[in-house]
Write a protein that binds this ligand. Structure first.
Ligand SMILES: Cc1cc2nc3c(=O)[nH]c(=O)nc-3n(C[C@H](O)[C@H](O)[C@H](O)COP(=O)(O)OP(=O)(O)OC[C@H]3O[C@@H](n4cnc5c(N)ncnc54)[C@H](O)[C@@H]3O)c2cc1C
Length: 380
């Protein structure tokens, strides 16, 4: 494993370069939604998953900043990291800090090896933004818990080995946020039905799940009974602040800028038109500001803080930025966005246009984030 951050960055770049050259991966935007189990396994073998976790659980005891460097490089390169994304970004942290010893010992080494994938079981058919209105229920029995209810929009559930689901455990006397608990649910059991929901471009990324009297053992509870609200809000700080919230369309931007600088007009003029250069400069300066903000939140998370408002700010600004890139390219590129050859700029641009509306919805909508920011600033 490389020693310095510079060496680490170079080694991720080299790994991706070899993967692309061998034709094993095709760089794409929104690559943290692209499932490639074999690539995740190779990242695990290279020591790039579970990086901050203790060695006894399969981790590598590297710093949060070092993990940030690896994640940032993979996203910027458009590498298909979707298979392990949720497990490595947030589920592993939940298990390490709030899971039972059995969950840690059995699950974390498999995540770090790139062989175990997770889904996020938060949203329900009647409660997406309003998480405290969750109705799916876990009922205590002699041998554990029985689960019934439904989750929706669950990304990658059809590939996931487990979900971490937020469920209602308290009776009617429990307050909305007080009667919730998180559980690790094994998806490979009877009583679970995972049905696809097809998105705007006809792809199958997310699902609706129904639980009909499924079973969860006691030691697959996250934290204490009734601690679900604290656990889920802590998890959202990880989900909302990382470089995945502003680098989703960076591979499209770099591909477009390369094409632009190679284009005949540019070569003849010897430089970009002033207004084009100003647009590109503006995008890159926003990117640098977002990167600084996201990096400082990574530092706060490492100190054990829960920077919820700061994470909401990064996600709100970052996802608006990554949505803006395909729009801005309209006035910069001398071609049309069009689906066709997967490797072409036109295709990647067209695909990004179809994916972009989801960027500001997944992980919490802009309205909800702005409400949190307003409350954090004392405006509500
Ligand atoms: C691509 C994608 C992947 C996703 N993956 C997952 C996943 O893996 N797991 C998971 O659990 N969920 C997932 N989601 C769900 C996502 O978190 C929800 O869609 C989101 O939180 C909004 O919930 P909703 O769809 O129920 O909309 P609603 O909550 O019904 O909101 C509808 C509209 O009303 C607005 N609104 C709602 N409440 C308020 C309020 N109090 N103030 C102001 N405006 C408000 C919202 O901003 C939105 O514009 C995913 C969503 C997408 C698009």
């Amino acid at each position: 494993m490389p020693k310095t951050e510079g060496e680490l960055r170079a080694s991720v770049r080299e790994l991706v370069r070899q993967e692309v050259e061998a034709g094993r991966i095709i760089p794409q935007s929104n690559s943290w939604s692209i499932h490639d189990a074999a690539f995740s396994r190779r990242l695990g073998q290279a020591g790039f998953l579970g990086m901050t976790w203790p060695r006894r659980y399969g981790g590598h005891e590297r710093s949060t900043l070092e993990r940030y460097v690896v994640v940032e490089e993979l996203l910027a390169a458009g590498a298909p990291v979707g298979a392990h994304w949720v497990a490595d970004r947030q589920s592993g942290y939940q298990i390490l800090h709030h899971g039972s010893e059995r969950a840690r010992a059995e699950i974390l080494p498999r995540i770090a090896a790139g062989e175990c994938f997770f889904g996020i079981g938060m949203s329900e058919p009647d409660s997406g933004s309003d998480l405290a209105a969750v109705r799916s229920r876990a009922r205590k029995t002699a041998d554990g818990w029985r689960i019934s209810g439904s989750k929706i929009w669950t990304s990658g559930a059809h590939h996931a080995h487990y979900l971490i689901a937020l469920l209602r455990t308290g009776g009617p006397e429990a307050q909305r946020q007080g009667g919730l608990t998180q559980f690790i649910i094994d998806t490979r059991q009877s009583g679970i039905e995972i049905r696809p929901i097809y998105n705007l471009y006809g792809g199958h990324d997310f699902n609706q799940i129904t639980f009909d009297d499924c079973w969860v053992p006691d030691d697959m509870m996250i934290g204490e009974e009734g601690s679900g609200w604290d656990r889920v809000t802590g998890e959202l700080a990880f989900e909302r602040s990382g470089p995945d919230r502003f680098l989703t369309t960076f591979p499209l931007l770099t591909k477009a800028l390369t094409a632009l600088s190679d284009s005949a007009q540019c070569a003849q003029a010897g430089q970009l038109a002033d207004q084009d250069a100003a647009q590109i400069g503006r995008m890159l300066s926003h990117l640098m500001a977002l990167r600084t903000m996201s990096g400082s939140i990574a530092g706060m998370l490492e100190q054990g803080e829960q920077p919820l408002v700061e994470a909401a700010l990064v996600k709100d600004l970052g996802t608006a930025f990554e949505r803006e890139i395909p729009e801005r390219l309209r006035s910069l590129l001398p071609l049309e966005a069009m689906l066709g050859d997967e490797r072409s700029l036109a295709h990647q641009w067209g695909m990004t246009m179809l994916q972009a509306p989801s960027f500001t919805l997944r992980g919490g909508t802009r309205e909800i984030l702005r409400g949190m920011i307003a409350r954090g600033l004392g405006l509500r």
